[in-house]
Design a protein around this ligand. Structure first.
Ligand SMILES: Cc1ncc(C[n+]2csc(CCOP(=O)(O)OP(=O)(O)O)c2C)c(N)n1
Length: 667
């Protein structure tokens, strides 16, 4: 227990006022930003960084560093000021002066930039909290695998009232409590103010009781009392559960007229008020100026971090060769070669079998191979394991008793699952995949979006991907989801046609440096590609799967997923009418779009004679197709009935496709 004599309050005040002053100046210069939170959380952050956070600004990638997430991303200047003060090389004073300007390292909300010490992109409230859960999962897993000499770090996150109001917070808290992520420490900026005013306008819940009910340790402190902050973090580190420290703070701390009010939340204080605030804080220096003695205090933290990192490097050096190699191997995420050999064998088996098979089932066979051969693959599903078929027999479950497990039952928490997957990927040493129904990508879209923005390697296994799921009906039948997902930059949306393409899509996703959705059928589909099995055609994004005559075509049919077999059926009928038909399977538009124009033109053929079929909204298809009349798709929600009846009801069959082809050929 730290008591009155152990902390140098004067020094701590100077340190936190440096954060405040830099933040206010940068926001004032940008004439936009959020001063309330940096002013309010400067004291908590100073204690965290000075006494607890393990990191080395000269080696931002140090794997055993503590992770720090600013979930309330609007308080970005709090983070930037600190990263500058602890001397991340690229976080210069000049960058603080360029806050919110084009090409700066100080964008409005923090954007993943490890070089500068930004661990994840935040801003949409609650997302950072879910990422921190994933980071803590990753730590717990790697710690149990490699021991505390190599992996022993904490994950801290600052969350705000807004983060805890968002639904994703409940899913994340509940998951973290269930998994007993004891090295996760949440610092809650409980200033009881949000944009509209006091939070009493819109909420009256008791967060302490709420966290407690989810198996967390909770503490409540005065967030401006250095002793209380210190003791609370110290206690939280010893806890056997995840910890919430609810810090009662004043938003806009120090501002004579705006402290404690929503006025300080999201606009510069104004020149006059800024002056008054600095005066009240006893900060009598020019703009953007931090005196040497204060810089020295912050530098001590940097030096401590460098030392700790060196110590760890020595431990790694002296670790026995086998363990060291396996640890470094885990971190590299290079897929072992024999995985691809085993996949090749499986592909031949798929090719030889004449059996119809749902692509989700084929995916399960692929996962069986991957899970056996890739030690850094961690899978899971949001309570649909038996439907998504995401678990292989040899995967043990990750839980509070067995952190070595590589399969996570995420529960019915799609949003937290995807946010946590992001955290796991960002942590490093893990490639996460997770499953749900394609329709429920809507429940986790904000996290998919941020993962795409950050270009991280995560794989979403989304099954039941069309009206083909049948009897569950229109509530479960995705219509607009493919179009929506395809509109997200950096996200690969893969929709394989059969077992062969499913395997190829998995291979492709594993080789991407951005997230992938693999969209899979519930219903059985025939093998449509049992030639050229030695080549991964799906990785081209689109390819000619069948053609009547090379370089001669009357009509081109574009199709994806389960509709490729319908296109092939139509081709057979059209050939009997002496038409030359080319069928193009398009498992991934995004990858295809990156191909050279001559490849694209060769595959697509002339636009006037191009038609398409996909059991989903037509939205987006006019990128490849002349107009909506040339597309068979869904114009409405689906219906509850067996899948073959639905395909006929909505005109998604070879008969309709033939009709359309003949009409187009006549024109
Ligand atoms: C998902 C989401 N919804 C809305 C916003 C817009 N927004 C930014 S901050 C904020 C609320 C701020 O209140 P609080 O979280 O208490 O932060 P503080 O006022 O304490 O800085 C809102 C609604 C957002 N960033 N993310």
């Amino acid at each position: 227990m730290i008591t009155k004599n152990n902390l140098n309050i004067k020094e701590l005040k100077l340190m936190s006022n440096a954060i405040r002053a830099l933040s206010m100046d940068a926001i004032e210069k940008a004439n936009s930003g959020h001063p309330g939170m940096p002013l309010g959380m400067a004291d908590v952050s100073t204690i965290l960084f000075k006494y607890f956070l393990k990191f080395n600004p000269q080696n931002p990638n140090w794997v055993d560093r503590d992770r720090f997430v600013l979930s309330a991303g609007h308080g970005s200047m709090l983070l930037y000021s600190i990263l500058h003060l602890v001397k991340y090389k690229k976080m210069t004073l000049d960058q603080l002066k360029k806050f919110r300007q084009l090409n700066s390292k100080t964008p409005g909300h923090p954007e993943l930039n490890l070089e500068c010490g930004v661990e994840t992109t935040t801003g949409p409230l609650g997302q950072g909290l879910s990422n921190s859960v994933g980071m803590a999962i990753a730590e717990q897993h790697l710690n149990s695998k490699f021991g505390k000499s190599l992996v022993n770090h904490y994950t801290y996150a600052i969350v705000s009232d807004g983060c805890l109001m968002e639904g994703i917070s409940q899913e994340s808290i509940s998951l973290a409590g269930h998994l007993n992520l004891k090295k996760l420490i949440i610092l809650f900026d409980s200033n009881k103010v949000s944009i509209d005013g006091p939070i009493s306008l819109s909420t009256s819940e008791n967060h302490l009781e709420r966290f407690k009910a989810c198996n967390w340790d909770v503490q409540e402190i005065n967030g401006h009392n250095f002793y209380q902050i210190y003791n609370a973090i110290k206690k939280a580190k010893k806890s056997n559960k995840p910890s919430l420290i609810s810090c009662n703070t004043l938003i806009g701390y120090g501002s004579p007229n705006k402290q404690g009010k929503n006025l300080s939340h999201g606009a510069p204080l104004g020149k006059d008020e800024l002056k008054k605030t600095k005066k009240k804080l006893g900060w009598n220096y020019p703009d953007f100026f931090v005196p040497k003695n204060v810089l020295k205090l912050w530098e001590k933290i940097t030096l401590k971090g460098i030392k700790e990192n060196k110590k760890w490097n020595n431990i790694l050096k002296n670790t026995n060769t086998k363990k060291r190699k396996s640890f470094l191997y885990q971190l590299k995420l290079n897929i072992p070669n024999n995985t691809f050999l085993k996949l090749k064998k499986l592909k031949m088996e798929f090719g030889n079998s004449k059996e119809e098979m749902a692509t989700r089932k084929a995916s399960n066979s692929v996962i069986e191979v991957l899970a056996k051969n890739i030690p850094f693959l961690i899978g899971g599903a949001a309570d649909l394991t038996e439907s998504n078929l995401t678990k292989s027999d040899n995967q043990k479950v990750f839980n509070k008793k067995n952190s070595k497990g590589t399969y996570i039952y995420f529960g019915i928490r799609e949003h937290a699952m995807v946010g946590a997957m992001t955290g796991m990927a960002l942590h490093g040493g893990i490639i996460p995949y997770g499953g749900s129904f394609l329709i429920f990508t809507d429940y986790c879209k904000p996290s998919i979006r941020l993962a795409s923005f950050m270009k991280i390697k995560v794989i979403y296994i989304m099954t039941h991907d069309s009206i083909g799921l049948g009897e569950d009906g229109p509530t479960h039948q995705p219509i607009e989801q493919l179009a929506g997902l395809r509109s997200i930059p950096n996200l690969n949306v893969l929709r394989p046609a059969d077992a062969i393409e499913t395997l190829e899509c998995w291979e492709t996703a594993l080789n991407q440096n951005s997230p992938s959705v693999i969209s899979l059928t519930r219903q059985n589909v025939p093998i449509v590609r049992n030639r050229n099995l030695n080549t991964n055609f799906s990785k081209e994004g689109a390819y000619i799967i069948s053609e009547t005559k090379k370089n001669k075509r009357d009509i081109t049919i574009l199709a994806t997923g389960s509709e490729v077999s319908i296109a092939l059926e139509a081709k057979n009928i059209l050939e009997k009418k002496s038409l030359n038909v080319t069928v193009v399977s398009m498992p991934c538009w995004e990858i295809f779009e990156k191909k050279k124009n001559n490849y694209k033109n060769k595959i697509l053929g002339p636009i006037n004679n191009r038609i398409a079929i996909e059991a989903a909204s037509k939205f987006g298809w006019t990128k490849y197709i002349k107009n909506d009349d040339y597309i068979l798709g869904m114009n409405d929600f689906g219906s509850s009935a067996p899948h073959n009846i639905l395909y006929n009801k909505f005109g998604l069959n070879s008969k309709e496709l033939v009709k359309l082809a003949l009409k187009v050929c006549k024109k």
